[in-house]
Design a protein around this ligand. Structure first.
Ligand SMILES: Cc1ncc(C[n+]2csc(CCOP(=O)(O)OP(=O)(O)O)c2C)c(N)n1
Ligand SMILES: CC(=O)[C@@H](O)[C@H](O)COP(=O)(O)O
Ligand SMILES: [Mg+2]
Length: 623
């Protein structure tokens, strides 16, 4: 470390950074980028976005008085340089691992992390709140939101701009425009930004920021630029000016010296400011520059070689099961349309877009719109399939209730990343979808136990006349063969997988497999419940009548989950039966290896057996 990063190793806090000469910032940025690449290659993580924010991070901490001044990062997946410069360099080796640094900003991790995040498009609202709070408290502090061009597409960002543009406070919004979301950006905003960056305006702005902003008095320089802008001499009037912001830019986000000059100037201005910074996703690492999608969130890799090609016969993931099903079903039914809110790769829709480009809709980071857009399509007789991560559907709850379920529209929700997701941690866990969906009238919720059943339940969902969600986890399952057929299963019906004595294990989803292992040891009955709603009440009551005790298993939160549905059904039938509910406890589960996390939560075979024995010790007396 010492020899390779001579400047970086002197920076323990931003105060150290602020003691450097300006001429040292560029070499520091080089070291920071090299360290970042070396570190993320060892841990995995969001590489390409972070490579793009190195200079911006250096400039922000150099110019601002952090942590007194508040930097709010949007999404937060681009904050590794910020973590490295704010006292966490030595812990970067633990990134996204159990007990280690989070991959996102966390208020409980550092005083420099002003706002916890990982879901996008919250930064302007939060920074505006901070800016107004400082005004009300009579504090002279700066609040800055740093938001990407992808995150800017969300309605919430525009709600905040709408509010901020007329607010009497000092807020700076920095648009980090790398012309990429996870995949290429979409929509009219993207076109507007592209126009601002088109040839002459950007070239002029680049030169202006170097020459004009350096020598002359800062306020005069900026006033002049605004005046020129208003006359249309430098660039067209931007959307952001129409929202009431002073727009500055676009400027080169990899020119640290210019960034410092511009930020120092803006710091002296009052009212809502907007700085448009242009960066490159993957900057400085050729392979990531060439393929920023693949390097958005890679696992570990050798920087000299790049990402390893998949080798051998890897097990198929649930995401791939969905992607294949979508293509096969679309081939048989021209009414099928596929929708993603900016998660084409993660949701397994790359092939679908290739095969059916006109029936593929990437709506940008706009979950609420995605769901209501699907409702509109369904009203006209099309068959929308919304592929959405469980955690991101949280954003579109009212749309699910009011626009889809209330009108009983046949929309399929392919709910990926159900349960724990691992390295992203609590922000991305699909822990709440069973409770929040099963309480909505007309909604059905399927919980496939393996890959083949996932395909069957997707076909079943597609055949229904109302809304159905099929929830499945990140990664691979039991490894069962997946048929190419488009068979359906009966709605709301489970199946007995093993008949045993006294205790019945009722599994919702992939916990069926540890349940089957445990049942061999305990000689218990195992039921694959398949549906959290409609619940197979007939089967449940039969099983309840035949056993002394029941155990429910799910990979979502216990509170209000599928186990609660079982308790409600028993109570409804007037049947008193001891029920042990196993699932996620009432606390946020941290990042880490999901297999280890499940074991720590007692949701692996060993843990399940221990819990069942402990709870039903009269049935399983210790020898
Ligand atoms: C509400 C929400 N939807 C989707 C995502 C998944 N997601 C994370 S980063 C990202 C792309 C963000 O693009 P941008 O803001 O331009 O940042 P960049 O990666 O280009 O640095 C997406 C879609 C998310 N984190 N939050
Ligand atoms: C920051 C973010 O929201 C995404 O980049 C997310 O980390 C992707 O997760 P998956 O790797 O599960 O697709
Ligand atoms: Mg971007």
């Amino acid at each position: 470390m010492k020899n390779m990063y001579p400047l970086l190793q002197t920076i323990d806090t931003p105060d150290d950074l602020r003691r450097l000469n300006r001429s040292q910032l560029e070499p520091l940025a080089h070291e920071l980028r090299a360290f970042l690449l070396e570190s993320v290659a060892k841990t995995g993580g969001h590489l390409s976005s972070n490579l793009g924010t190195v200079e911006l991070t250096v400039a922000l901490h150099y110019v601002l008085n952090t942590p007194y001044d508040r930097i709010v990062w949007d999404v937060g997946h681009q904050t590794y340089p910020h973590k490295i410069l704010t006292g966490r360099r030595e812990r970067m080796h633990s990134l996204r691992q159990l007990g280690g640094l989070s991959g996102f900003p966390r208020r409980d991790e550092s005083e420099f992390d002003t706002f916890g995040t990982a879901h996008s498009s919250t930064s302007i609202s939060a920074a505006l709140g901070m800016a107004l709070a400082s005004r009300l408290k009579g504090e002279d502090r700066h609040a800055i939101a740093v938001i990407g061009d992808g995150a800017m597409t969300a309605g919430m960002a525009f709600e905040a701009l709408n509010n901020a543009g007329v607010a009497d406070c000092n807020l700076l919004v920095i648009l980090n425009d790398n012309d990429m979301s996870i995949s290429p950006p979409v929509g009219a905003l993207n076109r507007h930004l592209a126009k601002l960056l088109s040839g002459q305006f950007y070239a002029a702005a680049k030169n202006a920021s170097k020459t004009v902003l350096k020598g002359a008095p800062p306020l005069w320089e900026l006033a002049k630029r605004f005046e020129e802008s208003a006359k249309g001499m430098v660039k067209p009037i931007t959307l952001f000016e129409k929202f009431g912001f002073n727009y500055v830019g676009p400027i080169d986000g990899h020119d640290v010296d210019t960034l410092v000059s511009v930020l120092e100037n803006i710091k002296q201005l009052k009212g809502p400011q907007f700085l448009h910074v242009v960066t490159k996703k993957g900057q400085g690492y050729k392979m990531a520059e060439a393929d920023p999608v693949a390097y958005h969130g890679p696992g570990k890799f050798d920087p000299a070689v790049g990402l390893a090609k998949a080798s051998g016969q890897a097990k198929i993931t649930f995401t791939e099961v969905f992607g294949n099903w979508l293509c096969d079903m679309a081939a048989t039914d021209s009414r099928l349309v596929g929708i993603t809110p900016a998660m084409r790769e993660g949701s397994g829709m790359v092939e679908f877009e290739k095969l059916f480009p006109k029936r593929f809709f990437d709506v940008g980071i706009a979950e609420q719109h995605a769901v209501t857009f699907a409702a509109g399509l369904a009203c006209e007789g099309l068959k929308p399939v919304v592929a959405i991560y469980s955690t991101f559907l949280q954003r579109a709850y009212d749309q699910l209730v009011h626009d889809v379920a209330l009108q009983n529209l046949p929309v399929v929700f392919a709910l990926d990343r159900a349960g724990l997701v691992g390295a992203d941690g609590a922000t991305h866990a699909g822990a709440y979808d069973i409770p929040f969906m099963r309480c909505i009238p007309n909604m059905s919720v399927a919980c496939p136990s393996d890959e083949n059943e996932c395909r069957q339940l997707l076909s079943t969902a597609y055949a229904q006349e109302g809304p159905v969600a099929v929830r499945y986890p990140r990664g691979v399952g039991a490894g069962v063969a997946v048929s190419r057929a488009l068979d359906t299963l009966p709605l709301g019906k489970g199946e007995i997988r093993r008949t045993g004595k006294k205790v019945a294990l009722l599994a919702f989803g992939t916990l069926l497999h540890p349940a089957l292992q445990v049942a061999e040891v305990l000689d218990a009955t195992v039921v694959n419940m398949r549906w959290a709603k409609p619940l197979d009440t007939e089967l449940l009551l039969q099983i309840a009548a035949e056993h002394e005790a029941l155990v429910t298993l799910e990979d979502g939160c216990i509170m209000g989950g599928a186990g609660s549905a079982v308790l409600e059904a028993l109570a409804q039938a007037g049947l008193a039966k001891p029920v042990l509910q196993l699932g996620l406890p009432d606390r946020f589960i941290e990042h880490g290896d999901p297999v280890k996390l499940m074991a720590m939560l007692g949701l692996d075979a060993q843990g399940i057996e221990a819990s069942v024995r402990a709870r039903f010790c009269a049935i399983y007396p210790a020898n």
